[in-house]
Design a protein around this ligand. Structure first.
Ligand SMILES: [Zn+2]
Ligand SMILES: [Zn+2]
Length: 340
């Protein structure tokens, strides 16, 4: 079979390899769609250090083989298998940080989601991480379950009921957050973004106004829209480090800045920390998601409460994976989806 995998020397290659077989407790899934995520691009560039070097975690497909001892999953079913699963019982899980569980990143799809077939570990299968896709949900929409789950967790970790919010960066994650905030009744959702395609999409999906940091003084504009106070919530949906400092500076006193984009390791934040206290600014971060969120994400996509189809601008077959990587770095691409 064909699979796109990281090269040990860096970069990515599409290789032929033996198809995986399901051992006890495992399943093998025939991939039908897998979204290309910003973190995949970082892993290919070698700048993402927070997780093992496996690419492709927004994968959906059809169960091809079921190992001995597996219950509740059958061959032929259309599924979303989550790549990381917490134990649910350790003190970190019980303390409310399941994505920080020592088991969470210990397993993964093998060889990854960008493969004609991939194996789902027994740990994941046995802990309810394989969701059956509703009949009406196409595979491409299913590829958004994982990213939407991450966006849901980020929004859930913020204080409830902000009245105004600024989403910095309208890439796939920012666009999902914009829609979630609108869905939760946030009256004013603003966005900032440089790519014309993403600006247009942010407008279509509920942000108003959408500013371009190269043309607009965002702190000035944001205050003007919020009676001089600044937005209650700023969600930084980009890894761009100066955006964090800008968010901390323009959020309303007493407000929250939520970090969802992963900054490249080794960067430095230029911010006077006295503002955390004198302006009572809170900083919240969110990383990944669990089945509590993947279930909600699947429901929102199935009921079409979140528009994911609009976000797919590019589709590539697996053999053209290197082209997908090139295109996904360009401003005119929002979400690229890989198919077999
Ligand atoms: Zn992702
Ligand atoms: Zn745990």
């Amino acid at each position: 079979m064909r699979a796109a995998v990281l090269r040990s020397a860096g970069g990515v290659a599409v290789e032929e390899m033996p198809a995986p077989r399901a051992r006890r407790g495992e399943i093998v899934v025939e991939m039908r769609a897998c979204g290309l995520c910003g973190s995949d691009l970082e892993k290919i560039r070698g700048t993402y250090t927070a997780a093992p070097p496996v690419i492709g975690h927004e994968a959906v497909g059809v169960v091809a083989e079921v190992g001995k001892g597996v219950r509740g999953v059958e061959a032929g079913e259309r599924v979303f298998p989550h790549h990381h699963v917490p134990c649910g019982t350790c003190s970190v899980c019980r303390g409310g940080s399941p994505t920080m569980c020592a088991h969470y990143r210990a397993t993964n799809l093998e060889p990854g989601g960008f493969a004609e077939m991939f194996r789902v570990p027994a740990w994941n299968v046995g802990r309810g991480a394989v969701l059956r896709l509703p009949k009406a949900m196409d595979f491409e929409a299913g590829a958004f379950i994982e990213p939407l789950a991450c966006a849901i967790r980020a929004v859930d970790r913020c204080p409830a009921d902000p009245r105004s919010a600024l989403v910095v960066g309208a890439g796939p994650m920012g666009l999902l957050v914009i829609q979630l905030l609108r869905l939760r009744g946030v009256e004013r959702v603003f966005a900032s973004e440089v790519s014309p395609v993403r600006i247009e999409m942010a407008r279509r999906l509920g942000a108003d106004p959408v500013w371009d940091p190269r043309e607009d003084e965002i702190p000035v504009e944001a205050r003007a829209e919020t009676r001089g106070l600044g937005p209650d919530l700023v969600v930084v949906a980009t890894g761009h480090i100066p955006a964090i400092a800008e968010g901390l500076g323009l959020v309303r006193a007493g407000g929250t800045v939520a970090l969802l984009g992963v900054p490249e390791a080794g960067g430095r934040l230029d911010y006077d920390p006295s503002g955390f206290v004198t302006r009572e600014v809170s900083l919240v971060s969110s990383n990944a998601a669990t089945e509590a969120e993947t279930g909600k994400a699947m429901g929102l996509i199935a009921r079409r409460r979140i528009d994911v189809a609009t976000m797919v601008t590019h589709r590539f077959p697996l053999r053209r994976f290197p082209d997908a990587v090139r295109v996904a770095q360009r401003a005119e691409c929002v979400k690229a989806v890989i198919t077999p």
